[in-house]
Design a protein around this ligand. Structure first.
Ligand code: CO8
Length: 372
C-alpha cells in the first residue's frame, strides 16, 4: 500500500520584524561601533562597519520580513540577539512549545489524534539541548506512545526527516509519524553582520506521514519517491558546539554563529539542486513539464528562479513555484514545508509536485508527491 502525507501544520510566531526595522537597528549599532572605535578605524587598525539597506536585502534575496520567536533583544543595539526567558526543567522548553503548536495543527489537518502516531521526529537546524530529546518532550506533551528522536540536517532537516518517516511506514515499523521542524534560527543569527543579519526567521512546521490505508484526509498526497544526498562543504558553517567551553574561546564570536560564503553557495548549490530534481524525476519516469508545483527551499528568490529556469527553460510562475520568503525569510528546513502548507489544497487528484530542500552540508532532499 502507499505511504501518504496526510496533514501539514504551520505555526507562525506573533512578532515580525520588517527589513526597515532590522536595518534601522543594525545601522544604529554600526554607527555606534564606528564612533566608539573612531581612533582605531582612522589609524587603519580596524575596519569600519558598513551600513545595510532594505533595498539591497529585497533585491539580493527577495526577503521583506521575518518572524521572531522573541523580538526583544534583536533590535536592541546594546544586545543584538534575542532575549528568551529562562525556563526551569519542569516547564515546556521553547523549541518544544513551537513544535507542539505546529504538531497539533498537522494532526488536525490529517484528521488524526495522538493515538494514531507512534513515532515523533524533531528535525531542524539546531536543537536547544542535546538531551532529553525535544522529540521526547513533544511526545510526552501530546500523549503519544512509541518513540521519538531529534535529528539535525540544517536546511534539509525536513526532507531528510520525511524520508525516515516514509521508510518507517513503508516497512511497517510505524503506523503514523509526526515530522516536526521547530526552526528557532534567531539565536544563531549574527545581527551585527551586515551580510547575513537579514537572512533568517523563526517558524515551526509539522507533517503527518501514514499509510494510505488509514488516511482520512481530504488533501493527502501519495509519496511516490524520496531522494537524499550530501556533499561536504565549509561554505555554510556554525562552529558553536558542546566542546566550545573547553577551548576557552568566546562563545559569541562570529565563527560560532551562522556564517557563509553566500556567492559560492549560490553558484554551487543551484546546479546541484537542479540536477538533483531532474535525475529524481527521471528515475520515476516523470517529465519536468509534468510537475504542477515546486515546493522549493526558501533561501533566496533568485536561487529558486535560477533552478526552475534551468529545468523549465523559463522562469517558473509563482503559482508553479510559490515563494514564501518575502514574508518568512529563510527558515532553514521549514521553508519548503511552509510553501507546501500554504499552497497544496488547490491541486487536483493526480497532480504531481516536488518538495526540494538544499543548503548547509551541503544537503539536498526531495520528495515526489501525487495528490490523491
Ligand atoms: N546591505 C547593503 N549592501 C550589502 C549588504 C546589505 N545588507 N550585504 C552585502 N552587501 C553588499 C556586499 O558587501 C557587496 O558589495 P561589493 O560588491 O562591493 O563587495 C554587494 O552588496 C553584493 O554582495 P553579495 O555578493 O554578498 O550579494 P549577493 O547578491 O550574492 O547576495 C546573498 C547575498 C543574499 C547572501 C546571496 O549570495 C545568497 O542568497 N546566496 C545563497 C545563500 C544560501 O542559500 N545560503 C543558504 C544558507 S541557509 C542554510 O543552509 C541553513 C543553515 C542553517 C540555518 C541557520 C540558521 C541561523
Amino acid at each position: 500500500s502507499s505511504v501518504v502525507i496526510s496533514g501539514v501544520g504551520l505555526w507562525t510566531p506573533e512578532n515580525s520584524i520588517s527589513n526597515e526595522e532590522l536595518v534601522t537597528s543594525y545601522n544604529a549599532w554600526a554607527e555606534h561601533f564606528n564612533q566608539q572605535n573612531h581612533a582605531a578605524i582612522e589609524a587603519g587598525e580596524l575596519e569600519a562597519k558598513p551600513l545595510s539597506s532594505p533595498e539591497f536585502i529585497e533585491k539580493a534575496s527577495g526577503i521583506k520580513n521575518r518572524y521572531a520567536y522573541s523580538k526583544e533583544g534583536v533590535l536592541d543595539i546594546h544586545r543584538m540577539r534575542p532575549l528568551l526567558d529562562i525556563r526551569d526543567d519542569e516547564q515546556v522548553s521553547h523549541q518544544a512549545e513551537m513544535a507542539i503548536a505546529a504538531a497539533k495543527k498537522a494532526l488536525s489537518a490529517a484528521n488524526k489524534t495522538a493515538a494514531d502516531i507512534d513515532m515523533v521526529i524533531v528535525s531542524c537546524a539546531y536543537t536547544q539541548r542535546a538531551y532529553p530529546a525535544i522529540a521526547i518532550e513533544v511526545q510526552m506533551a501530546l500523549g503519544i506512545n512509541g518513540f521519538g528522536f531529534d535529528m539535525l540536517v540544517a536546511c534539509s532537516a525536513a526532507t531528510f526527516g520525511l524520508e525516515r518517516a516514509v521508510d518507517a511506514v513503508k516497512c511497517g515499523t510505524s503506523k503514523g509519524v509526526l515530522v516536526i521542524n521547530p526552526e528557532l534560527t534567531s539565536p544563531q543569527v549574527n545581527y551585527t553582520d551586515r551580510d547575513s543579519h537579514f537572512i533568517f526567521g523563526d517558524v515551526a512546521t509539522a507533517v503527518v506521514v501514514e499509510s494510505g490505508d488509514t488516511c482520512q484526509s481530504a488533501h493527502a498526497f501519495d509519496v511516490l519517491s524520496t531522494k537524499c544526498v550530501t556533499s561536504y562543504s565549509n561554505n555554510i558553517r556554525s562552529n558553536f558546539g558542546y566542546t566550545t567551553r573547553t577551548t576557552d574561546e568566546d562563545p559569541y564570536s562570529a565563527d560560532k554563529l551562522f556564517h557563509q560564503n553566500g556567492r559560492k553557495v549560490f553558484k554551487e548549490v543551484c546546479p546541484m539542486a537542479a540536477e538533483h530534481i531532474e535525475s529524481h524525476l527521471r528515475s520515476e519516469g516523470i517529465e519536468v513539464a509534468d510537475l504542477k508545483r515546486w515546493w522549493l527551499h526558501q533561501a533566496n528568490i533568485n536561487m529558486n528562479l535560477l533552478i526552475s529556469k534551468r529545468l523549465l527553460g523559463r522562469d517558473a510562475t509563482l503559482e508553479e513555484a510559490p515563494i514564501v520568503l518575502d514574508e518568512y525569510a529563510n527558515t532553514a528546513s521549514a521553508g519548503s514545508i511552509i510553501a507546501f502548507a500554504k499552497y497544496h489544497e488547490d491541486l487536483a487528484s493526480g497532480d504531481i509536485g516536488v518538495i526540494c530542500s538544499f543548503g548547509a552540508g551541503y544537503s539536498i532532499g526531495s520528495l515526489i508527491l501525487k495528490k490523491r
